[in-house]
Design a protein around this ligand. Structure first.
Ligand SMILES: NC(=O)c1ccc[n+]([C@@H]2O[C@H](COP(=O)([O-])OP(=O)(O)OC[C@H]3O[C@@H](n4cnc5c(N)ncnc54)[C@H](OP(=O)(O)O)[C@@H]3O)[C@@H](O)[C@H]2O)c1
Length: 284
């Protein structure tokens, strides 16, 4: 019989795709959404900094599935010690981890030089070190059938001038995921790298420091997440939704990294308030 207990962890669950993942998982647990291959779980752990926004998500999910145990951790994941606290909580819960969704992340529009060092390092830390450490911590609590979903990006396939660090962090996540997927498959643990193009979330507002409110031409986050979960459930290692995004991935491969970076720098410049002040994101 399929294991029904276990913990599903979603980072960055207070908005955007993280909140959509939380919604989808609550529906899966309630039995109103059926996706083959997704392991059973009876606890949903949501992590992000904004407690009020996490509470709103929990209130919404409780309507869908009153029986699901939901725990919120209002943590800045880049703060020292926070990931070890999560490890401690998993030990205390005496449960397996069924699902880990490494979704928390952000980008910084504007040039590398105009972006403050603290902000660059925070981006590198949240997008790369945090998911790496969370995988290291949670994998020892996983057994066959567990799934790790890492949110990379279409930006993982091409270096981008004007968005250099972000694209590099997502290339890291893609490569880490694919390498790990081959290793962990022997233990029956699946690793999936999700690589969407623009999705309608708070991403652009954060990345531009408030200058751009919406992600230009962004796709619906609930649709994006549903696609990802279905592909992960099928045991796919990488997924890129939408034909137009797969075509952009093909162009990046065809023209190569230097042309891709140059094209982004010349023709896809994104707005940023960084020239005015560089600590907008840190205080959010
Ligand atoms: N939107 C897109 O176009 C797009 C495309 C490809 C990939 N992605 C990736 O998708 C993932 C989700 O982003 P999104 O688009 O949904 O943007 P979003 O709405 O801004 O969500 C980002 C989430 O990360 C959390 N977060 C940020 N800093 C954190 C920290 N230090 N500690 C803990 N949580 C933190 C935020 O919550 P708090 O502010 O409450 O902490 C929020 O819940 C990111 O990894 C992003 O790189 C986005």
């Amino acid at each position: 019989m399929e294991q029904r207990t276990g913990i599903a962890i979603v980072t960055g669950a207070s908005s955007g795709m993280g909140a959509s993942f939380a919604r989808a998982l609550a529906r899966i647990s309630a039995g109103t959404l059926s996706i083959p291959g997704i392991p059973g779980f009876d606890e949903l752990w949501l992590i992000a900094r904004r407690q009020d926004r996490l509470r709103k998500v929990v209130d919404e999910l409780t309507q869908v599935h009153p029986m699901l145990q939901i725990r919120c951790f209002a943590y800045d994941l880049t703060e020292p010690g926070k990931l070890l606290t999560i490890r401690h909580e998993i030990i205390e819960a005496k449960k397996q981890v069924s699902l880990l969704i490494n979704n928390a992340g952000f980008g910084t529009y504007g040039t590398f030089i105009s972006t403050g060092r603290d902000l660059l390092l925070k981006e590198l830390d949240l997008n790369c070190r945090v998911p790496t450490e969370l995988i290291s911590i949670t994998s020892s609590f996983m057994k066959s059938g567990a799934i790790i979903i890492n949110i990379a990006s279409l930006a993982a396939f091409a270096p981008l001038g004007g968005f250099a660090l972000y694209a590099a962090t997502k290339a890291f996540m893609l490569n880490l995921s694919v390498g790990l997927a081959t290793e962990l498959r022997e233990q029956g643990i699946f690793v999936h790298a999700f690589c969407p193009g623009p999705v309608k979330t708070e991403f652009a507002e954060v990345a531009s420091g408030g200058l751009r409110k919406d992600v230009k031409g962004g796709w619906d986050p609930d649709k994006a997440v549903l696609y990802c979960i279905k592909q992960a459930g099928k045991g796919k290692i990488i997924s890129v939704p939408r034909f137009r995004w797969r075509f952009r991935m093909f162009l990046a491969w065809l023209f190569g990294p230097i042309a891709s970076a140059f094209f982004a720098w010349k023709f896809m410049r994104r707005p940023s308030v960084r020239d005015v002040h560089d600590d907008t994101l840190l205080s959010r």
